[in-house]
Design a protein around this ligand. Structure first.
Ligand SMILES: [Zn+2]
Length: 483
């Protein structure tokens, strides 16, 4: 093709312009804006970048908390709950658990259960006679849920506010036909190989330190002594024991404050392993004070186990796909009923009937304190302000009986507890003001509540026998295995 010089110049100019433009492209974005593709273009052409939701982990039941309020019937729970709300305090932690059930507690003979038969039913799934631990009614040894879960490689913890050889904790490791066979129960405790025990003392085992050593347990008496390493087996036998080798009553405050919560926290620290744990935590003195019809003290014990349950709930919040929390009772004690009253009066009592006998009453007897001088001390210990004439007369009469009896100290026992007349008059007055009535000094056949939250909790709704608690725990374990 023939081109004239003008055309040639034009073509060269065009080429030069194109060259400059291309250099600009290669250098950067200033000369020509870089092509900005539509976002849809990237998505369409990028390989597999559509957002994948974070997979929800499969629930695995690793961590099981079984809280047992000994003697904690429906009305004990309602009493404590209403006392809190009357005082403007936070409600109990477990009342709104999503699954709730009702548990029948009779023993194998259809009679009122004791704590031994009830603990055995819960732990083995078989009813037995009163006094038996880990044995069926034919005295055959039956495996407890704690032993079975230990054999599956889980860590086991047994915690209580009463003595370590008491019926409820013993129902998870002992096999004996009398709950009072303390030596056998202690032997079984050491033989269990469970990882952690926390509670009061032992009834008649002066060689507990030697036994602990022989069986590979570290034995400590306070939280300060807890080993830094969480390896190994541990027994916390509290030095804060009182009378029956149980831990001091909660209401007397001070040293005992939140002992069970701290013991539960220590259990969580020591037992949280990938293989999982089972822990039974007992509020053992709810029963004790219901036997004695001491309402202020049983409420304090119930609030005390509630603090331990709060620790479990904190753990649950961190492990929601792996944790089950159960809160129940072995039986009801005291046949508690409620009528109108000032429930907050229960929270104004700051001394237990036990400690009152051993301090206020003993001191008054020793000093032969006249009623007028002693009265303000009892009024302040039991929160009995604004006494009416009738109430004052009642206390005066009781105090006179105490002085006449002149036998200081607590002479009561668990079956037939009787306090000093002045102590009894004070706890009766608190209960009357609060609208709490006791129909009995013993256990009853009333159903007890169960509250459940977490993985496998769906197995705990409805009304059933106490043996079903054992069965339902196994159903939950089978339904949500650890992979
Ligand atoms: Zn009892």
């Amino acid at each position: 093709m023939h081109t004239n010089p003008l055309q040639k110049t034009f073509v060269l100019l065009l080429l030069a312009l194109l060259l400059v433009a291309c250099i600009g492209c290669a250098r950067g974005e200033e000369t020509m804006p870089a092509a900005t593709p539509e976002p849809i273009f990237i998505v369409t052409h990028a390989p597999q970048v559509e957002s994948i939701p974070t997979p929800i982990p499969e629930p695995q039941l690793k961590y099981i908390f079984l809280f047992i309020g000994d003697g904690m019937g429906y009305n004990q729970v309602q009493t404590a709950s209403e006392a809190l709300s009357a005082d403007g305090r936070e409600p109990l932690s477990f009342l709104d658990f999503p699954v709730q059930g009702s548990v029948k507690t009779n023993n194998v003979e259809g009679k009122v259960t004791d704590s031994a038969a009830a603990a055995t039913a819960i732990s083995t799934g078989q009813k037995t006679v009163n006094g038996f631990l880990g044995l069926d009614s034919g005295k055959n040894r039956i495996e407890t849920i704690a032993e079975a879960l230990r054999n599956l490689g889980r860590k086991i913890g047994i915690l209580t506010t009463v003595s370590l050889d008491h019926a409820t904790p013993a129902g998870f490791f002992a096999h004996v036909d009398s709950r009072r066979s303390y030596a056998t129960i202690t032997d079984d405790l050491f033989a269990s190989g469970f990882d952690y025990f926390a509670g009061g003392g032992f009834h008649n085992t002066p060689d507990a330190p030697e036994l602990a050593l022989e069986n590979g347990y570290a034995l400590i008496h306070s939280f300060e002594e807890a080993p830094v390493s969480t390896e190994g087996k541990l027994i916390l036998s509290s030095s804060l024991i009182f009378g029956d080798f149980g831990v001091l009553p909660a209401i007397d405050g001070g040293a005992r404050t939140n002992w069970l919560k701290k013991a539960t926290d220590l259990a969580i620290t020591r037992l949280s392993v990938p293989e999982g744990f089972f822990m039974m935590v007992e509020g053992g003195r709810i029963d004790y004070f219901c036997h004695y019809n001491d309402a202020g003290s049983f409420v304090a014990e119930l609030l005390d186990i509630d603090e331990a349950i709060r620790s479990a709930l904190v753990f649950y919040a961190q492990h929601p796909q792996e944790t089950l929390i159960l809160v129940t009772a072995d039986h009801e004690t005291g046949d508690v009923t409620l009528r109108e009253g000032d429930r907050a009066a229960l929270l104004r009592q700051v001394i237990s009937s036990d400690i009152c006998d051993n301090t206020l009453v003993a001191d008054s007897l020793a000093a032969k304190t006249p009623f007028e001088e002693a009265l303000p001390l009892f009024v302040s210990a039991f929160g009995l302000d604004d006494l009416s004439k009738e109430e004052t007369a009642l206390l005066k009469e009781a105090y006179a009986k105490t002085i006449a009896k002149n036998a200081p100290g607590n002479t009561s026992n668990e079956e037939s507890g009787v306090y000093e007349p002045i102590t009894t008059a004070c706890i009766n007055l608190v209960a009357a003001r609060a609208g709490v009535r006791f129909g009995s000094g013993g256990h009853t056949q009333k159903d007890v509540p169960i509250y459940a939250i977490g993985i496998g909790s769906e197995f705990f709704g409805g009304t059933y026998e106490n043996t079903n608690i054992h069965d339902a725990i196994f159903q939950a374990v089978a339904q949500y295995p650890i992979s």
